[in-house]
Design a protein around this ligand. Sequence first.
Ligand code: GDP
Length: 296
Amino acid sequence: MKLVFLSGGTGTPKLLRGVKNCEFSVVVNTAEDLWISGNYVSPDIDTVIYTLAGLIDEERWWGIRNDTFLVHEFLNSLGFHELMAIGDRDRCTHIIRSEILRNGGTLSEATKILCRIYGLSEIIFPMTNSRVTTVISTSEGGMHFQEFLISKGGKPEVLNVRFEGLEDAKPLEEVRYKIEECDAVVIGPSNPVTSIYPIVEIYRKNLKRKFVLAVSPFSGDKPFSGPAGKFMKALGFEATTKGMIEFLGDILNFVIHDLRDSPVEFPSLRTNTFMQSKEDSERLFEVVLKVISEHV
Ligand code: GDP
């Protein structure tokens, strides 16, 4: 079985931790990328790399387990504020990526090199090499996704979410090919607005031709974690699995959602989708695999 995952930086990586017995690649959201202290940080790509390399900090779902923060703390003591706390080892990933970009390489080339460095085959792809930036319009003005989440603690009222550069973002040929040749596409339980929508917009035509299964990030009328609910409501959708189905539209063929959800009028299956351990992830992935083998 050949699968393509569409991923953000928390829910889908949790599911990826349980993937077995299949060939797969991962197309990752890059609309939350930003330059920090001279280095290009691609938070979702980093989390996917660290997850598949077995290095992810499973408490926070970002950064490397047991990393130190000496540089970040010393910068702070010098009065230099970094938007995100960057671990020392994590920063090395950013330095390597940024050197490749500064020397004229692309984000997809840098990602391939990082995959090799971390002992992975080249299965992780940025959604595009074009620059796309999520801007959250709030009652306090427009701001970068990370500023909304980290500096403002996700608190301001959200009025709208827009994606600068998305209309002109170029698909990657190799991602198109991966989607074309796979048996099914799995949209992991990532934020439908800020993590999944940008990828879907770039590859909508290709996705329409495939069996696409989504695992819902909602349980009842709220997400398991994070601001997905606020974003869905700002765009006029319910913060539920039903809302996600309406929002992602005609590319979806099947949804797996939580037992605590109400049934939806859509091809679907309910199971426990809360992944607290690797075993939970493995069990949920087995359900995903079973549904796909029954449909393709
Ligand atoms: P981000 O890039 O860090 O925003 O992360 P993602 O978009 O990949 O994932 C965020 C989503 O993961 C949130 O909407 C959560 O509801 C969802 N999520 C987190 N943990 C779980 C879980 O254990 N099960 C499910 N089904 N969803 C989860």
